[in-house]
Design a protein around this ligand. Structure first.
Ligand SMILES: Cc1cc2nc3c(=O)[nH]c(=O)nc-3n(C[C@H](O)[C@H](O)[C@H](O)COP(=O)(O)OP(=O)(O)OC[C@H]3O[C@@H](n4cnc5c(N)ncnc54)[C@H](O)[C@@H]3O)c2cc1C
Length: 518
């Protein structure tokens, strides 16, 4: 029996051409089949969804397959078969599972949604306050900690305004601040400033919202409006039933706001406003806007109350801010906006009148960084006790203690300066230079304080969940608005030296500085 062919037997003939063609066609079929048709994808999608419908449930792998099929269908012109909320709640391809809740991701330290106890009054400066002020401060603190702190971070991240907090702010009856009557609380400037700081301690955007509404819009009507205007507008603003904003800055005139070129032309029965405003807080949803415009007859600045929805008026949101993300800053465009005579603010006849409002609101803005730093200090203090490294709480490390103490020192000094500024205002002795110095210096110290806080929290110092990163970003626009650090410094410089240095020489030309460098 021959089991093996003899070694000398001839080798098989080479594959014929028809065999090669067959092999090629087979491979082609394989490739085509490996790219699923959309009917096959749909079939698979329905099969997997069936498992959910019949109550079999769905594991992570199933959701992943569903997401993959959904993604493959879209280039074929089929809209997403999954709703946005399904897509959001499911683990998406390549992105992994939704983020862990911060409390389970980092159990060693409490996030700012549970706000820390206030511990920054090292020198017992509360002794400088009246019992009424202490009680008011506590009331605001409680509302902010209980109702705002738990929700505010998510709004900050989404850059959306938290309308849900307005009833809580309204319950405090603080809008209108120092205005007496018309449903306003008639607070002292110090009480109003303390309220602002308490709001800012939890969230600087909420404080900015309230300041624009109360210290700019309402104060302008309260200080420079006539009796009918006060009766008409202040009560609903005081209840937060209507919201106000204040439009001075223009794209071409920021620090140089007194040169603004929005125009107000007198026509029969009223005025026509034309121009553009920028950076206006609350602009996208405010019911009324105080607009500053140049009277073309007198060439002076006048003020007008513009109502939402007036034909020719349009406000759009400024996107992509890195700080005060909750504040809805807007660009406003006005084309032949008709304002009836009754809505011209009769007390504003030049930029000097605008300055009267700014002088008071600058006190409030000077207190905002105090509040921000108090919150940052409180959270850092708690964090350093809770978080351990090298077998000890972070608070036990010398360098961390130095940073904490520097922050605390800043807060004591800022508070004392703010308190003294209010006392000077109340006695009628405060000068514009003093208000400017307080605003400028407090924001400078605040920048240092929040930066130290950011360092103390390590990686968590860049997460808004622990407040400090949010405050770190929020201080930047506060350093800039209501007069930048530089402009406020130069206002004080002018007052102490008697030499104005804000405006460059008329020609603006400096030797060796070419036009292209401007
Ligand atoms: C978050 C936010 C909210 C705001 N809300 C409002 C609002 O509700 N209503 C409103 O009307 N405006 C609002 N503003 C506008 C704000 O008041 C201006 O941004 C501010 O006055 C600075 O103007 P500017 O941004 O045009 O900067 P610029 O004036 O262009 O200044 C740019 C830089 O030049 C410096 N500079 C300018 N002039 C001088 C000078 N003479 N000497 C030395 N340095 C100078 C400044 O200090 C700054 O560093 C807001 C701004 C921000 C960022």
């Amino acid at each position: 029996m021959v089991l093996f062919p003899p070694a000398s037997s001839p080798s098989p003939p080479p594959p014929s051409l028809s065999l090669c063609v067959l092999l090629f066609l087979f491979l082609l079929l394989l490739i085509i089949n490996s790219r699923p048709s959309h009917s096959r994808l749909l079939h698979n999608f329905i099969r997997i969804m069936d498992r959910v419908m019949t109550g079999e449930g769905m594991d992570e792998k199933g959701w992943r397959r569903l997401a993959r099929i959904n993604q493959q269908l879209q280039p074929k012109g089929i809209p997403s078969l999954l709703s946005p909320s399904q897509l959001e709640s499911m683990p998406t391809l390549g992105v992994g599972l939704p983020a862990l809740d911060i409390a389970s991701a980092f159990p060693q330290a409490t996030p700012a949604s549970t706000f820390p106890t206030s511990v920054s009054d090292y020198f017992g400066l509360e002794d400088l306050l009246s019992p009424e002020d202490v009680a008011l401060r506590k009331r605001v603190r409680r509302v902010m900690e209980e109702h705002v702190a738990p929700v505010v971070t998510k709004y900050w991240e989404k850059a959306e305004f938290p309308f849900e907090i307005i009833p809580h702010l309204a319950s405090l009856k603080i809008a209108g601040g120092t205005i007496k009557g018309y449903g306003c609380p008639g607070l002292s400037i110090l009480s109003h400033a303390l309220v602002g700081a308490e709001i800012a301690r939890v969230d600087a955007s909420c404080c900015t919202f309230a300041l624009v509404h109360s210290s700019l819009c309402m104060s302008t009507i309260g200080m420079l409006g006539n009796e009918e205007q006060k009766q008409k507008y202040l009560p609903s603003l005081a209840r937060f039933d209507t919201i106000g904003c204040w439009a001075l800055t223009e794209p071409a005139y920021g620090s140089d706001a007194s040169s603004l070129n929005t125009t107000a032309v007198k026509v029969e029965g009223g005025w026509l406003l034309n121009g553009q405003k920028r950076w206006i807080g609350n602009a996208t949803f405010a019911d009324i806007v105080v607009v500053f415009a140049r009277n073309t007859q007198t060439n002076q600045i006048n003020g007008f109350i513009v109502k939402k929805g007036t034909p020719g008026y349009r406000a759009t949101k400024i996107e992509n801010k890195i700080g005060l993300r909750i504040v809805q800053n807007g660009d406003i465009i006005m084309k032949d906006v008709f304002i009836p005579d009754e809505d011209r603010l009769t007390g504003i006849n030049s930029f000097q009148d605008t300055n009267k409002v700014l002088a008071v609101s600058r006190i409030m803005v000077a207190w905002l960084p105090i509040g921000v730093c108090m919150g940052v200090y409180d959270i850092c203090y708690r964090y350093l006790q809770e978080r351990k490294q090298f077998g000890a709480p972070l608070a036990a490390l010398q360098i961390n203690q130095e940073k904490l103490v520097r922050m605390l020192g800043n807060i004591q000094a800022m508070f004392l300066l703010g308190w003294k500024l209010c006392k000077m205002y109340e006695s009628g002795k405060m000068t514009p230079g003093q208000a400017s110095l307080c605003k400028a210096w407090n924001t400078l110290r605040a920048r240092e304080t929040v930066a130290l806080g950011r360092e103390l929290l390590g990686g968590n110092g860049i997460l808004s969940d622990f407040l400090v990163a949010k405050a770190f970003c929020d201080i930047e626009p506060i350093y800039t608005y209501e007069g930048t650090y530089d402009i406020n410094t130069l206002v004080t410089g002018r007052e102490i030296t008697g030499i104005a240095s804000i405006k460059p020489s008329a020609s603006g030309k400096i030797k060796g500085f070419t036009a292209s460098q401007k």
